[in-house]
Design a protein around this ligand. Structure first.
Ligand SMILES: [Zn+2]
Length: 74
């Protein structure tokens, strides 16, 4: 019974992470080097290092790995 409860909490935790990651991934990210905006997959959001609205990403345009700023929804 306790095992089942732990599994249930884990499922809920994973679901929350996925929902939050999908919400973040619906925004665009702006590269500081070429000022271009791009989207990333939600699964990438989960594994990407971030602080606040800055995400350590590789820009698909100039291939620079740096902090990219999450843009507010238009
Ligand atoms: Zn760039």
């Amino acid at each position: 019974m306790e095992y089942l409860f732990a599994v249930l909490i884990l499922i809920v935790a994973v679901a929350i992470v996925v929902i939050l990651a999908k919400r973040i991934a619906s925004h665009t990210f702006k590269c500081k080097h070429c000022s271009k905006e791009f989207n990333i997959k939600w699964s990438k959001v989960v594994v990407t290092e971030h602080s606040g609205n800055e995400y350590m990403l590789i820009c698909p345009y100039c291939k620079t790995k740096d902090w990219c700023t999450e843009q507010p929804k238009k």
